[in-house]
Design a protein around this ligand. Sequence first.
Ligand SMILES: NC(=O)c1ccc[n+]([C@@H]2O[C@H](COP(=O)([O-])OP(=O)(O)OC[C@H]3O[C@@H](n4cnc5c(N)ncnc54)[C@H](OP(=O)(O)O)[C@@H]3O)[C@@H](O)[C@H]2O)c1
Length: 390
Amino acid sequence: MRSATALRARIERASISIGIGQHQYSKWSTHSCWLNSNGTYRFPIFLQIQRHVSTGSSTNRNNDNNARFKSADRLLGRTCMITGGSSGIGFAVAERFLQEGAEKVILVGRSYERLLSAAERLRGIATSKQVSASGGDDAAVATRSPEEDSEEIAKERERDHGSLLSRQELSPGSLVAATDNISLLVGDVSSADQWMRELEKEMENVDVLVNAAGISISNILPKTDTVDISRILSTNLEGAILTSRAMLRACVRSRLKKRGDATTEDKRSDLSLSKCIINISSLLALKGVTGTVTYAASKAGLLGLTRSVAVEAAETLRGVTVRSNAIVPGYIETPMIEDFSSDRISKLKDSIPLKRFGYPQEVADAAVFLASNEYANNCVLNLDGGLSAV
Ligand SMILES: NC(=O)c1ccc[n+]([C@@H]2O[C@H](COP(=O)([O-])OP(=O)(O)OC[C@H]3O[C@@H](n4cnc5c(N)ncnc54)[C@H](OP(=O)(O)O)[C@@H]3O)[C@@H](O)[C@H]2O)c1
């Protein structure tokens, strides 16, 4: 018999989504509610809400854009190393990989502070993924207010920051675990030879390597300094060669280690899922533009690297498949092109059939495809709004 006092009921997987200003708040989980005597439901005043973290790029448009991509756990259990993971395209790739269930992302960059800030922004994704992975009934029955929630997050940050910042003495190749799912590898890829031992050690568990670290210095060739030529080539091209070599060496080493005592099960699982290298090249590798000679040469070199690794890895590695692929972006809205003049931006946009620059999330979406499609090898994917056709 129903009394005036409300009966308690449970609603499975209730979903709530609230837009406040520019931010979208949402949460789904099992929530408690009360059934009133007149048959209507009464919800607790406060539902736990979680702010979606922002993307690496500062534009709100990019935040909105990120919501368009639906996760399907395509990288479940994979460990992914992303050079240039602290900003722009690399950051967006890390974000998407976590959304796709990657077990761990290792962000590589020169600045510990920038890596730490990226980890902060990524942390919400790792956490929300864990909450949803823990399933319906066991998921939080949340009745904290937003204020209580943000106090708790602030306290957590303070605790974590304390332990991370006490490790400021970082030599190249230092690895810092920011969370269970996010590690930071502090190092300059252009001089990766100096911290190769650390890089190769970390590479042992890496399934997907994304070479996104890159710099661009615009100048016509007669006016370009030799130092700048070296910096561009060693970061954009040599860096990717060194990280690729580290991955291939790690494959050889782990095979030698396993040989002899591997069970049939081990051998089967080795063969079922391949490893994958994804190089972020550029449309400038294929299309001549004034002021970009060295950059274009470095990006064209990445296409040669991609092609040769696809063949060599298949011929020389035993028991493990390494696929090698490239993305060829046109103009993408990241800090790399932030200093373009408005006049240049409008002329460039006008020349693109889709009349806009791409978003880093759109490049990240291509990276998810290349990382998860087991037949993608020497797949060179251009993503330029149609500019390559002009
Ligand atoms: N944005 C575009 O329009 C566009 C178009 C085509 C291709 N791309 C390519 O896409 C890749 C990502 O660029 P982005 O647009 O995302 O630029 P971005 O926002 O400037 O990011 C570049 C990233 O590379 C890292 N990096 C630079 N030099 C490094 C080094 N020596 N060692 C380790 N990390 C280094 C940076 O971190 P630290 O500075 O902290 O080291 C940063 O995380 C680049 O290879 C770029 O050439 C970009």
